[in-house]
Design a protein around this ligand. Structure first.
Ligand code: LLP
Length: 437
């Protein structure tokens, strides 16, 4: 049996004979009972299938592609191990991400370290850990990194992050490729020219290639081709100055479905537009084909994750709104409050109830009126104790979670073929004060 918004849930999600939601062969209502709520459930098969899909769709069109999972979307030791087993590289953005991945056995040599203001401590840690590529984002970093590498008598592999002045039409908070952003060396302002020359002249830095990232999530294909076109045209003259473009990265940003009526392009469409433009421009300009590095985060884990909550208080304001309060909220998913992000929701224990639907607003438990997870959603009549499941919750929810109001963060469970395993335990009150001295 299937249900309306099944395409937003992890692959293979179904209805049980009792009319409840199952993910990865596990009944969500049983998981809620066993592990408590709020709970994040990840389906391992979906994560692995997405990883394999990226590898296949890109390498079948462009053999020399490396898929680097953007770990900022969701990182636990279990996730780092899956990325490693799938042969992915890792995009990391902090010493913390490097450390977590190393602790899971992920080789530092397959990490690309991003960030607009990496601290000296983070750079030292990355260099000494053997991080393969540091994606340099500013002049201060360029100088510092050359000194750090020189004093250790090593040559550090780097890419330069450029900002190509291409608008990918994402939310203003997550657009990164335009002129007015904190990220990267701007082509338009001319600072990228200075940066490339300085990098080429830095004896302890090996400039392997060029990176840009336009934003996230990007529902359009055109910005990728436009940016590849612009950046390669711009880079061509630097070959006579010694630029050898061995690696090229158009970043990540591939969209996923949050709402049924806003489907993203398939991975194959992103792959087609990126690889065909790269091949076309390299051929036209006489570049050898560089290694292509793509950095999907959301699109690897977004669909794999389901947030599970229990209904508590129901407040009906006649003719105005019915607030249904859940036991999680903005502490585990800040995206609606921060970006106005929209989600769908289902009642995991009432999946086949098709009478008595009401429009309700799913609110969180945090002390802010803006703590709303889903506004105006049509659901079967709710009672306290019902289990709400919100799909497309695998990326940037837990990753951006907080202990606001001193609420412990949810537990995380990985499901696969009917079995469930806790991969991150629920925080305790003890954890909340563990760092206080
Ligand atoms: N590469 C770079 C350099 C990035 O900055 C990012 C995301 C990615 C790759 C991965 O993008 P993805 O494939 O996941 O779209 N918190 C926001 C998203 C911020 C993305 C930051 N950078 C959200 O919840 O929508």
């Amino acid at each position: 049996m299937t249900f309306d918004n099944v395409s937003l849930f992890p692959m293979g999600s179904k209805l049980s004979e009792n009319g409840t939601l199952t993910v990865g062969g596990c009944d969500i209502t049983n998981l809620a009972q066993k592990y408590g709520t709020p709970l994040y459930v990840y389906d391992e098969n979906t994560i692995r299938t997405m990883a394999k899909t990226f590898v296949k769709e890109f390498t079948s069109r462009y053999e020399s592609t490396v898929v680097a999972y953007a770990s900022k979307a969701f990182l636990t030791k279990a996730m780092a191990r899956i990325a490693n087993e799938e042969g992915l590289s890792l995009d990391v953005v902090s010493g913390g991400e490097i450390s977590a991945a190393i602790s899971a056995g992920f080789p530092a040599s397959r990490m690309d370290f991003h960030g607009n203001n990496k601290t000296p401590e983070e750079l030292i840690y990355a260099v000494e850990s053997g991080v393969g590529t540091i994606v340099v984002d500013g002049f201060h970093e360029l100088n510092l990194l050359n000194q750090l590498a020189s004093s250790r008598e090593i040559v550090q592999g780097i890419m330069l992050r450029l900002s190509p002045s291409v608008d990918a039409h994402t939310h203003g908070h997550t657009t990164t490729g335009i002129l007015d952003v904190k990220f990267g060396f701007s082509i338009e302002s001319g600072e990228s020219t200075t940066a490339i020359r300085q990098a080429l002249g830095s004896t302890n830095l090996d400039l392997k290639g060029i990176h840009f990232h336009l934003g996230s999530p990007i529902f359009e294909l055109e910005p990728y081709s436009q940016a590849i076109d612009t950046v390669l045209d711009y880079l061509a003259p630097f070959r006579s100055e010694g630029l050898n473009l061995r690696e090229f990265s158009p970043g990540g940003g591939f969209a996923i479905g949050y709402m049924r009526n806003q489907p993203p392009p398939p991975i194959s469409a992103y792959a087609e537009v990126i690889t065909s433009m790269l091949i076309k421009k390299c051929t036209q300009l006489g570049f050898d084909l560089p290694k292509l590095i793509i950095e999907p985060g959301r699109s690897i884990v977004g669909r794999a994750g389901v947030a599970v909550y229990t209904v508590g208080v129901i407040k009906d304001i006649p003719t105005v709104r019915t607030y249904v309060s859940l036991d999680g909220g903005m502490g585990d998913n800040i995206r609606p409050a921060l970006y106005g992000s929209e989600y769908e929701a289902v009642v995991a224990n009432k999946m086949t109830v098709d009478t008595g639907h009401e429009i309700v607003t799913l609110a969180g438990k945090y002390c802010e009126s803006g703590d709303i997870l889903v506004k105006d959603v049509s659901l079967p009549t709710l009672e306290s104790g019902d289990i709400i499941a919100i799909p497309s919750s695998g990326a940037y929810c837990l990753a951006m979670s907080s202990n606001y109001n001193m609420n412990p963060r949810p537990a995380v469970v990985m499901v696969k073929d009917g079995t469930s395993q806790i991969i991150r335990r629920r925080e305790t009150y003890q954890d909340l004060i563990a760092l206080d001295v």
